[in-house]
Every structure is written in structure tokens, then in C-alpha cells.
Design a protein around this ligand. Structure first.
Ligand code: EPU
Length: 338
């Protein structure tokens, strides 16, 4: 384990922001993690956990010991006639884990192909796409307490998953480091192709046989056509959450803006795509210097190279105000500001 002072985090966040860590360490096992947490030298230094960096916006340098869990390994731990239990280390690239499952015909995560980030970061915000969320396939999450160094297994219920939410973002914020997760996958999968774009794409691809593999390919095709690749253009996927609004407000907006999309989510609430609101407020494709709003998906803010976290933050606030002025809806960020 090498502790590096004044370490640039540029390659450790998908926005490509050049923030610096006072100290940085990569840990490759839960044991190494426990060791560093128990080390007297670092006992009183604030710690910050950085996974794949696919959902953070750095607006300053990080005056802490930044711990990057690089715990690897994907293994099948048990199976029965219908299911397979697979455990993956927090440091595995999420998409590599998805490909492991797709290649073996284990169903359940194919709709989550190509989501940037690591396995360890995925439960944090209950990642989701094309009608599937990680909560649909997760069995448990293994995490180490920052305070005591003890390992705890959290059941799916204990993770308290919600829309882009979990207990690790709320009550247990900054208290645990996720070291791995176990997933339950289906040997006889029920494919989820209800999401409009998937059906259309499978047809366009002339897919006769709808399988785990072809659904994964369709999802990759959609994502590549709509979303910027963070390796080319810095971004953190959706910058805002899709707001859930009261039915009354939605009905009112429908009369003013015919064509406004909305999906009932229960409790009399309607989920409205933030991308639509931002586009209609005139921001799609907006560019100011090195930063802007993606030209194909208005929900994604981008750093073309050399932009700062504060510039992106200011733009996001301007967009929030503009959308609120036009539609009376305040957008909330999905990305975590630091
Ligand atoms: N839309 C627009 N203009 C835009 C973008 C979207 O009008 O610029 C409209 C689309 O026409 C469509 C609707 O908004 O009717 C929904 O768009 P899309 O299917 O692209 O999904 P989204 O609601 O914008 C969410 C997730 C994405 C996920 C997709 C697909 C959130 C915050 N985002 O986006 O997740 O990939 O659904 O399931 O829930 C992420 O979290 O980083 C992410 C990319």
C-alpha cells in the first residue's frame, strides 16, 4: 500500500476534473482497508472514499486521506435450478461484471450494460436504466465501518433502496466503505424489454431471437448513440434526478405544454423527464467555454476538457433556476458535489 501526498484525482473522476487529494491510497483487499483504518498514523486524518468517480463533481481539493477501493474478483458462490449467486469486489468495473453475467447467460443485469463506475459505487445510488435497478438483482452488500474497521453484511432490505438512493447516501453517509456485493441472477431470465427504446432498437437491429445478449447489445447501442463516453468527453451521466411532481401540477403543465411526458409512480405522483424540461428551457447543446449541456441528452452536463467543477456547478444552478422559472419545478442533482 503506497500513500501518495498531493495526488491528482483527474483520472479518478469521469468529469476529468483536476482536483487534488492531500493523501491518496489504493487498497486491494478488505484486509488492507482494515489495516489503513486501524493505523495510528492516520487515525485522526479525515477519510474520503472514492470509487469509480462516476457520480462526483469536485469543486475543490480534498483535504483528506482519499481511499480508493480496488478490490477485485468475481466469483459464483452458489446456485440452484433457477438462480446463481455471484459475488463481485467493489473495485471491479461495473460493465465488466455485467459482461461476466451476459457471457454466462445469467439474467438480470443486461439492461444495466455500459453504466460507468464500479461495483462498489453501484449500490450507493441504486443505479438504474431501461426499466431495471440494481435493487432488483442485489442480494447483499459487504461493507467495512470507517469507525471500527468491522465488516458488516447488509441485506437488500437494510440497504433501503429508493430511486437513486440508499441508506449509504442517507443515514449511513460517510460511515461505511463498500467492499463487495452479492447478486442473485436468473438462469431462466425474464427479459425486460418494456422500455420503448429497447423494443425499437431490437427491431432496427433485426434481432430475431431476444436473449440476454441481444438485449445487452441493444442497450449498449442506445447508450452509445445518446450518451457521451466519459473516456472522450468528461461527464457523470444524468446530472439531475427526474423530478416527481403532484398530479395537479402535472395536469396544469399539460394544458400549458401539451406533449410534456410523465409516468405515474404511485402516491398520486408523476415522474417527469428532467431532460425534456431542460431541453424545452433551451439548454440542450448549450456550450460555454469548456463546459456545456450534451447535444443529444440534455440531462448530461459535460466537460470538453479544461473546465472546472465550479463552472459546472454554476451552470447547473443556472439551469435549475431557468427550469423552475418556466415550469415551477426545482430539479435536484443526482451527482454528489464536493
Ligand atoms: N428527453 C428529452 N430531451 C432530452 C433528453 C430526454 O426530451 O434531451 C425525453 C426523451 O424524449 C424521453 C424522456 O425524456 O421521452 C426520457 O429520456 P431517456 O430515456 O433518455 O431517459 P432519462 O429519463 O433522461 C433515465 C436515467 C438514465 C438512464 C435512462 C434510461 C435518471 C436520472 N436517468 O434518463 O440514467 O440511462 O433513464 O433508463 O433517472 C444516469 O443515472 O446517469 C443515467 C444515465
Amino acid at each position: 500500500m503506497q500513500i501518495r501526498p498531493n495526488f491528482s484525482l483527474r483520472h479518478f473522476n469521469t468529469f476529468g476534473l483536476d482536483s487534488s487529494a492531500r493523501f491518496f491510497v489504493e487498497v486491494s483487499s478488505a484486509t488492507e482497508l482494515t489495516e489503513i483504518l486501524a493505523d495510528q498514523v492516520w487515525k485522526h486524518t479525515p477519510k474520503f472514499i472514492l470509487g469509480g468517480g462516476s457520480n462526483v463533481l469536485f469543486t475543490r481539493d480534498i483535504d483528506a486521506l482519499v481511499i480508493h477501493p480496488a478490490i477485485k474478483g468475481i466469483e459464483k458462490i452458489k446456485e440452484d435450478d433457477l438462480h446463481v449467486w455471484v459475488k463481485a469486489g467493489a473495485g471491479e468495473i461495473w460493465h465488466d461484471f455485467v459482461m461476466y453475467c451476459v457471457d454466462r447467460n445469467y439474467g438480470g443485469v443486461e439492461n444495466l450494460s455500459l453504466i460507468p463506475g464500479t461495483v462498489g459505487a453501484a449500490p450507493m445510488q441504486n443505479i438504474g436504466a431501461y426499466g431495471v435497478e440494481i435493487k432488483d438483482v442485489i442480494h447483499s452488500v459487504e461493507a467495512v465501518s470507517i469507525q471500527t474497521g468491522d465488516v458488516t453484511i447488509f441485506s437488500k432490505e437494510e440497504c433501503q433502496f429508493g430511486y437513486r438512493e440508499s441508506v449509504f447516501k442517507r443515514d449511513l453517509k460517510d460511515q461505511y466503505i463498500i467492499t463487495g456485493a452479492t447478486f442473485v441472477l436468473n438462469k431462466k431470465p425474464v427479459l425486460n424489454v418494456g422500455y420503448g427504446d429497447i423494443q425499437k432498437t431490437l427491431q432496427e437491429m433485426n434481432v430475431g431471437d431476444v436473449t440476454i445478449k441481444t438485449v445487452s447489445e441493444a442497450v449498449m447501442h442506445i447508450r452509445r448513440s445518446k450518451l457521451p463516453d466519459p473516456a472522450v468527453i468528461g461527464n457523470a451521466g444524468s446530472f439531475f434526478k427526474n423530478p416527481e411532481i403532484a398530479l395537479d401540477l402535472y395536469t396544469d403543465l399539460q394544458s400549458k405544454f401539451p406533449g410534456i411526458p410523465g409516468y405515474p409512480v404511485g402516491n398520486g405522483k408523476i415522474k417527469v423527464p428532467a431532460g425534456w424540461l431542460i431541453e424545452k428551457a433551451g439548454w440542450k447543446g448549450y456550450r460555454q467555454g469548456a463546459i456545456g449541456v450534451h447535444e443529444k441528452q440534455a440531462l448530461v452536463l459535460v466537460n470538453y476538457g479544461g473546465g472546472s467543477g465550479n463552472e459546472i456547478k454554476t451552470l447547473s444552478e443556472t439551469i435549475q433556476d431557468s427550469v423552475e422559472q418556466k415550469f415551477g419545478i426545482r430539479l435536484n442533482a443526482e451527482v454528489n458535489f464536493l
